[in-house]
Design a protein around this ligand. Structure first.
Ligand code: ACO
Length: 704
């Protein structure tokens, strides 16, 4: 019997065998012609509003309203069915009652429509999964891209396409916003316009019957009109497909439903399963997706991520107020942003920008009497000096100057030098300050009302730079060796679903997990023969009938020599027989005792993402602090090291009470254990002892 490797796509898959959706997403975003099935003359109908938005948005392609009993809607000739449209149709928007959607889709398929967006609700989100599957099947058969159902529409500003029933006026920009929630998407459309945040696209994905995040990210990867992809997500339907996503541009995700109650709410909202939040966290990290905690953070990051990447770390803060400068310095330290510290050089460069009582130390305080000209001069230095890699420009409202003038001065300088490095702005004050912030946002300079947001927006550029430069990981592809597979099969044949300790250790060892020296003996003399270079060692009883070995005297530690081993072996046999007379005793495990830092390694199966590997510090760290992190199988050595470095207590691994972890052998364990993913339900190595000499799976439990 041979073992199948864990393919990234071998679970929860219903797209083609490579996980590639070959459907034409260009037909959704850059259609030459759009049909609206359900276009009505009644302004209260959604179909009417969508048509109105398409016309009002200035879409330049052909527009075909479909209505069975009207000749015209909003001045356009209608057709009773899509089949009667005289031209080809790239995108059909469907806004008719649930019961008629399937036949409308079939008509679209017959007409060779390239893509459909189903606005209609009443499918998987209300339990009608089979009805939704029928839509997907029609779409697949006709190779038609399907967005939705249960969506508010699609907006793509470069095509002047507003096929939604949301607000009309959208500010064009470079952010593609993908929203799983309709109402929230609509609300945020209005908000982004007010905040002067430009959008290239807004896609409501609803129930994601066909097109999901993966296809959209990969479409926007190659779309020159999009610089940043922002996703509001409640849950993923096909985790293993999602793990195949190619992330080439910054992707910011706001994943909600982190709390238990929140997760339940997400399930009833769009019918998506919300898995353990830590697993989502792992998936995002593995893919290089940036996870934001709040909407403010997500939009802040999305704005700054279209700035040029910082070439280095040295940052200069320009401020007209001491207090706000100090606050920003604190934030920078927390965020690990390096403040340029060269007082002599700073004095030389920035003295000309301020009165005598100003400070050239970083933060550079150009004082409360600073006017637009002072800002212009200071920003000019920030931008032109190669020694400075990024700037944080702060402004506290004063009566002697106009915030908008300062915003204009910053913007003029930025454009004049050609947007050569990242700058972020924080402005604190009243209404006038707000106008200045809007002005900057409109000119694609991220501006905020709080320094925390500004610093976070700068930090994310460093994070994205690290992600884009990170070493490629080569996921583990090896299978478990035949001997290990046979052993597991034997256990199954005996109708057992938990391997005994010596079996688990053997299986792990065969897969390449380092174990301490160990043996399995049926007599005291057999034990002594095997124990030669194992001392000090521990002995443990082996019996399928005994679960809690300690309770029956089945564990003895610190045996130092042959003499002790003989005595303790016999003692254990007597103790166990007395405490569990009916137990079938197979023998005794001998395990070399090893010292080190206690870690825990596990393998489990997540409903969305399939097999996942866990790593953390053992003992109190795992019980009380739950300091563990995960990665989705398969991953390689590079990702295994990132997993180790992910835990909060990673410093302990670098040296603790004279002990240092052996990272290469932990990495080896994390990679080797993956070979068993297709064969087992659960693996728990606890503890994995690590010291500079190596790491050893001291105790292990494998559940089939
Ligand atoms: N072919 C062509 N036209 C049709 C067909 C058909 N098969 N069936 C119906 N029509 C016409 C109707 O005659 C009507 O036109 P009319 O006003 O000229 O008579 C029009 O299409 C609309 O049909 P209605 O029966 O009036 O349906 P209504 O507009 O009330 O509802 C809708 C349709 C909006 C799709 C509804 O079923 C629905 O799903 N609403 C929820 C939509 C939603 O919320 N989506 C999620 C958004 S995200 C968020 O959370 C906001």
């Amino acid at each position: 019997m041979s073992c199948p490797p864990v393919s990234p796509l071998n679970q929860n898959q219903d797209s083609d065998s490579c996980g590639k959706n070959t459907k034409d997403l260009g037909a959704i975003f850059k259609p030459k012609s759009v049909a609206i099935i359900g276009a009505s003359t009644n302004p209260e109908k959604i179909g009417h509003q969508i048509l109105k938005n398409i016309i009002g948005g200035g879409f330049e392609g052909n527009v075909f309203p479909i209505n069975r009993h009207e000749n015209q809607v909003l001045g356009l000739k209608t057709y009773p069915t899509i089949g009667e449209v005289p031209d080809s149709v790239d995108l059909a928007i469907i806004a008719i009652p649930t019961a008629h959607v399937l036949s409308a889709m079939e008509e679209c398929a017959a007409k060779n429509v390239k893509s459909v967006a189903v606005i209609t609700s009443g499918f998987a989100e209300v339990g009608k999964k089979d009805e939704e599957l029928k839509l997907k099947n029609v779409a697949d058969k006709a190779n038609m891209a399907l967005i939705g159902p249960n969506i508010f529409g699609i907006i793509y500003t470069p095509s002047k396409l507003n096929a939604s029933f949301g607000p009309r006026d959208i500010l064009p920009g470079k952010i593609a916003f993908v929203s799983q929630s309709g109402a929230l998407g609509i609300a945020l459309m209005g908000w982004t316009t007010m905040e002067k945040i430009g959008l290239a696209s807004l896609v409501s994905v609803g129930n994601k019957a066909d097109i999901e995040e993966k296809e959209l990210i990969e479409y926007f990867n190659q779309d020159g009109n999009v610089e940043v992809i922002l996703i509001y997500m409640e849950g993923i339907k096909q985790g293993r497909k999602f793990m195949q996503t190619q992330v080439k541009k910054p992707v910011v995700v706001l994943k909600v439903g982190c709390s238990q109650r929140g997760a339940k709410a997400a399930v009833s909202h769009t019918g998506s399963l919300a898995g353990a939040d830590k697993i989502y966290d792992a998936a995002f990290k593995q893919l290089g997706i940036l996870r934001a905690k709040t909407f403010t953070e997500a939009f802040g990051w999305s704005r700054s991520l279209s700035l040029p990447a910082p070439k280095g770390e040295e940052t200069v803060i320009i401020t007209n107020g001491g207090g706000i400068g100090v606050r920003t310095t604190d934030e920078c330290e927390t965020a690990d942003i390096k403040i340029l510290d060269d007082p002599k050089w700073l004095e030389e460069k920035f003295r000309v920008t301020m009165p005598d009582f100003g400070s050239t130390k970083n933060p550079v305080d150009i004082t409360g009497q600073a006017k637009a000209a002072n800002y212009k001069q200071a920003v000019n230095i920030v931008l032109r000096e190669d020694k400075i890699n990024a700037g944080i420009i702060l402004y506290c409202e004063t009566v002697i100057t106009n915030a908008l003038d300062i915003a204009k001065a910053i913007q003029e300088e930025y454009e004049a030098v050609g947007r050569n490095k990242p700058i972020v702005v924080a402005m604190v004050g009243g209404e006038k300050t707000r106008d200045a912030i809007y002005y900057l946002n409109e000119h694609h300079i991220p501006a905020f009302t709080s320094v925390t947001q500004a610093v976070s927006a700068l930090k994310v550029l460093h994070t994205w730079k690290d992600i884009s430069c990170r070493v490629k990981d080569n996921p583990e592809t090896a299978c478990a060796p035949k001997e290990a597979v046979d052993l597991i099969e034997k256990v199954k044949k005996e109708n057992r679903n938990i391997l005994m300790e010596h079996e688990a250790r053997k299986v792990l060892e065969l897969c390449g997990v380092p174990t301490p020296k160990w043996g399995f003996a049926t007599t005291a003399e057999d034990a002594v023969r095997q124990a030669k270079d194992m001392y000090p060692l521990a002995i443990k009883i082996a019996s399928v009938d005994i679960v809690h070995k300690t309770d029956v005297g089945g564990v003895i530690l610190n045996i130092r020599n042959d003499e002790e081993l003989r005595t303790k072996f016999n003692l254990m046999m007597q103790q166990v027989k007395a405490a569990a007379p009916k137990a079938n005793i197979l023998g005794i495990n001998l395990i070399q005792m090893v010292k080190g830092i206690e870690c825990i390694v596990g393998l489990n199966h997540d409903p969305q993402f399939g097999p996942v590997v866990m790593f953390g510090l053992g003992g109190v760290f795992v019980e009380v602090l739950k300091d563990v992190s995960f990665r989705i199988v398969p991953f390689g050595k590079v990702e295994a090291e990132r997993l180790i470095n992910d835990i909060k207590g990673r410093k302990i691994l670098e040296g603790f009470r004279g002990l240092t972890a052996n990272k290469p052998s932990i990495i080896q364990t994390l990679c080797a254990i993956q070979k068993l993913a297709p064969l087992v339900k659960e693996i728990d190595i606890n503890p994995l002892m690590t010291s500079k000499d190596g790491s050893y799976a001291v105790d292990a439990r494998i559940v089939l």
